[in-house]
Design a protein around this ligand. Structure first.
Ligand code: ATP
Ligand code: MG
Length: 413
């Protein structure tokens, strides 16, 4: 099977300049991995990685000779980042493994595209294309890609023992790009070797799980991981699978549902402490941790949604939620509540509420501490208390009390 890619990114002058620099003195260069895979699937390419027959020191020299900026980002394992017109391209010299121990491999640079392909993880990730878009497929990735079949290159057990992260990558790529059942030999191998996950760093696990939970087929994939005894080993939870399935079912209606923080919050079926456990376990950033918690607490804000349904959510409640949580957390909270309601995408209440949360103006509280000081409230804790009192009255009035009325509430006048 021969294939040829046409894509705008391939014809970017910046990328062609990288080819111009690398393809000198008998060396060749090809784009590899995600960019080729995604383009063949008709999906946007994220980062563009390049492989070349030139060794890292030669890559540096070629870049200098062509006026390209070269940063030795991973020189020892063969990676130099070339920056042209502000776009970074990771250029990695062809490698072959000599010896592997868990994560780190002893590599040497080689000139064989076949060997370079064989040390990658899945057949669909070992596709290359040259500067004209001609696709090279050393390990039979094209038919697998067409079938959306994530298949280990070589013997799955051996490949996993070289790097246990491949267990999670197997599920992650299925969730993103797979279809149908997971590869049977792959499932058998990941199940057998799952104890190896214990030796992985939390950062590496976190990076894969973030991508996995927000992928289109995440729900069925998490189910398969649970069947293989893997979820509890990587997530510090057994997984609130039904709400999570409902969340993923909202993807077509709500692109907002794809945030990894929201997905993880829904997947964690415990309280605040469990969210912290999950954030620790996956080394989430502070912003992600905050977003998970905000989604959880905003899902409780809409008063009476439980009892009042299927009555529509009132404008007052929409304003209240936006004011108390802010727009992002308000939408996350609504989606969290929707996923947990068990009523599915057709629910007549949540969709109109989501649309209003996206568009409605967020009320701005018209009073500040300065106003209170000017009105004679003594500086100190009284100011905060008086403001809180006024704010509560303002919310209760459906944000209708004006500044003078609020000042009166605050000062007890
Ligand atoms: P994404 O769109 O998520 O970036 P990607 O295919 O580019 O997908 P990366 O994690 O960026 O994935 O890795 C780039 C390429 O490097 C992969 O396509 C694969 O060929 C190879 N690779 C990355 N990690 C591993 C690994 N742990 N074991 C073997 N090969 C790997
Ligand atoms: Mg990539």
């Amino acid at each position: 099977m021969t294939a040829r890619i046409t894509a705008d990114w391939l014809h970017e002058p910046a990328l062609q300049a990288v080819f111009d620099a690398l393809e000198t003195d008998g060396d060749t260069a090809r784009v590899v991995g995600g960019a080729v895979r995604n383009t063949l699937l008709g999906l946007p390419a994220t980062d563009i990685d390049i492989s070349t027959t030139a060794e890292p020191s030669a890559v540096m020299e070629k870049a200098a000779a062509h006026g390209l900026k070269a940063v030795p980002t991973g020189f020892d394992h063969g990676t130099v980042t070339l920056v042209t017109r502000g776009t970074p391209y990771e250029v990695t010299s062809l490698r072959e493994d000599v010896e592997t121990h868990g994560r780190s491999a002893t590599v040497r640079f080689g000139r064989s595209w076949q060997h370079d392909a064989e040390r990658r993880d899945f057949t669909m990730n070992a596709l290359y294309c040259d500067r004209h878009g001609i696709v090279y497929d050393p390990v039979g990735g094209l038919p697998d890609l067409q079938a959306r079949h994530v298949r280990f290159i070589g013997d799955p057990r051996l490949r996993i023992a070289e790097d246990y992260l491949r267990i999670l990558r197997f599920f992650r790529f299925h969730a993103q790009y797979g279809a149908g059942d997971l590869d049977a030999a792959g499932i058998a191998a990941v199940t057998e070797l799952r104890d190896g996950l214990a030796g992985l760093s939390a950062e590496r696990i976190g990076m894969e799980m973030r991508k996995l939970v927000s992928a289109p087929r995440a729900a069925e994939t998490i189910q398969a991981m649970r069947d293989a005894g893997i979820v509890s080993r990587v997530l510090a939870t057994h997984g609130g699978l039904r709400p999570f399935q409902d969340l993923r079912a909202l993807d077509p209606l709500a692109p907002e549902a794809c945030s990894p923080a929201l997905a993880l919050a829904v997947l964690s079926d415990g309280g605040e402490a469990d969210l912290d456990d999950m954030a620790d376990h996956l080394r989430l950033s502070n912003a992600e941790r905050k977003r998970m918690k905000a989604a959880r607490s905003a899902s409780d804000i809409p008063r009476g949604w439980g009892e009042a349904r299927p009555a529509p959510v009132s404008d007052t409640e929409i304003r209240r939620l936006l004011f108390l949580a802010g727009r992002e957390a308000a939408i996350d909270g609504l989606l969290h509540a929707w996923a947990n309601a068990g009523t599915g995408p057709e629910d007549p209440v949540f969709l109109p509420a989501l649309e209003r949360l996206r568009e409605a103006e967020i009320p701005v509280f018209p009073l500040t501490g300065k106003d209170l000081l000017a009105a004679g409230v003594p500086a100190g804790p009284h100011v905060g208390e008086a403001l809180a009192r006024a704010q509560a009255a303002w919310i209760d009035s459906d944000f209708s009390l004006d500044r003078d009325a609020l000042l009166a509430v605050a000062t007890g006048a």
